[in-house]
Design a protein around this ligand. Structure first.
Ligand code: FES
Length: 173
């Protein structure tokens, strides 16, 4: 009787310990895997139909400010080939989409919609509405984040063919 009880207790304890071990293994595996929310947090999806011409909107991607500027017909008329190569085209509309951090030392430039230009107040660097440098010290134009065009949407964090081409041709890092 005593042995039987001990045997039962032993099995019960073993079962509980087994469940605990599986649970802790599961918890350990979960901590090794990236969390789904972190993975999806790496992407920002923008509905490009929501933007208005020459109105800068600052979005956020991976903690960084992202400048989105829909270009006007007048802006497009002023662009040369190098400027046009930086455009992101969605449904026939042209956009400047750049990481909103100055390439000099990382300040956030401000946009002047009248002058259609960006001024970085830290050291006086300037960029035009395409994100190209017009006044030093910034060493290069505003960086373009990885993007993928998906219908009316722009997915930041994914590398679509248009972004890959920009990278290959040295338009962005
Ligand atoms: S950080 Fe922008 S000009 Fe220096």
């Amino acid at each position: 009787m005593k042995n039987g009880r001990r045997g039962f207790m032993g099995k019960a304890f073993g079962a509980v310990a087994g469940v605990g071990a599986v649970a802790s293994l599961y918890a350990m595996k979960k901590s090794w895997d990236p969390l789904p929310s972190v993975r999806s947090a790496g992407f920002t999806t923008l509905d490009m139909s929501a933007y208005k011409e020459n109105e800068l909107v600052v979005e956020k991607w991976r903690g960084k400010p992202i400048f989105v500027l829909k270009k006007t017909a007048e802006m497009l008329a002023k662009q040369n080939d190098a400027d046009k190569a930086r455009d992101i085209l969605v449904n026939g509309e042209h956009y400047m989409v750049c990481i909103g951090l100055c390439t000099h030392l990382g300040c956030i430039p401000g946009y002047d919609s009248k002058g259609e230009s960006f001024l970085c107040a830290c050291h006086g660097g300037m960029y035009d509405f395409t994100g190209m440098v017009t006044k030093a010290p910034p060493p290069r134009g505003l960086d373009i984040p990885p993007f993928k065009i998906d219908g009316n949407k722009l997915v930041l964090g994914e590398e679509g063919p248009e972004y890959k081409k920009m990278k290959e041709t040295g338009i962005t890092l």
